[in-house]
Design a protein around this ligand. Structure first.
Ligand code: 1GP
Length: 251
């Protein structure tokens, strides 16, 4: 479990982490991908996530993993489905979409994927995944049953269940390209009441948003869109995570 240890070691030294999400659709333009990867790595991003999208071949995922690995950072699959799996990554977030109405994403896809993952020899990081925003691709594809923004106690119930089931990470997701990030009260309530590593992503596009979420107790910030659309801003966002020295209000 090398990647998991890498994450835990950094967190235990008081660091906050930044993960860069890359859509393997980018396999078509490897020069551009390499440029983006170098930019993210030199800004201080800690890890690459690949996946998210459903229109990806395992071959594309492999090419993208190889390209990202040149930076020396770990490459972890964030699977939208089985098609994203590749032995060329370092690990996979072994996820359960906890608030889905679709049995496939609750247990079936994990059962289908497990023998493949074993064959590939990939490290697995047990991850609870909660999607907040219905109006995103993941909300639609994942048949998400939304958690009202006014009910943090409901999100906490998911968090407690995730911890009791033995998940290590809890990923609180607004959805890629969401108009705004999830409200900070969500990571806050999870950090106050569980020992889970709290990862927040979706719609994060400014250093101010990063600081708010980190203050609330988020351990890991994930961004994808901002680095692709506005690299200067993307670098600022990574740096906001890595230079954060404030105290959490969660404890
Ligand atoms: C998707 O949360 C990530 O899982 C990234 O979202 O593309 O909005 O940064 P953005």
């Amino acid at each position: 479990n090398r990647v998991y240890r890498y994450i835990v070691d950094k967190l235990s030294q008081g660091e906050k982490l930044h993960f860069t999400l890359v859509d393997p659709d980018k396999a078509g333009n490897l020069d551009k991908l390499e440029e983006l990867a170098d930019l993210a790595a030199s800004a201080g991003s800690d890890l690459f996530l690949i996946g998210g999208s459903t229109s990806v071949t395992p071959e594309e995922a492999g090419i993208v993993a190889d390209t990202l690995k040149k930076t020396g950072l770990p490459v972890v699959i964030f699977p939208g489905n089985i098609n994203c799996l590749t032995p060329r990554a370092d690990a996979v977030l072994f996820m359960v979409l906890m608030n889905t109405l679709e049995p496939y994403y609750l247990m079936q896809v994990q059962v289908l994927a497990a023998p493949l993952i074993r064959k590939y020899g990939l490290e697995t990081i047990p991850t609870g995944y909660i999607v907040f925003n219905m109006d995103t691709a993941v909300g639609h594809v994942g048949r998400v049953y939304p958690i009202p923004y006014s009910k943090p106690e409901l999100a906490l119930a998911y968090g407690l269940a995730a911890e009791m089931m033995g998940f290590k990470l809890l990923y609180l997701e607004a959805g890629s390209g969401a108009p705004s990030p999830i409200p900070p009260v969500f990571p806050q309530v999870i950090k106050r009441n569980t020992g889970l590593i709290t990862m927040v992503g979706g719609g994060i596009r400014s250093p101010e948003a990063v600081v708010e979420l980190l203050k609330a107790g988020a351990d890991i910030i994930v961004t994808g869109t901002v680095m692709e659309r506005d690299p200067v801003k993307g670098v600022e966002v990574v740096k906001a995570v890595k230079s954060y020295r404030g105290r959490d209000t969660s404890s």
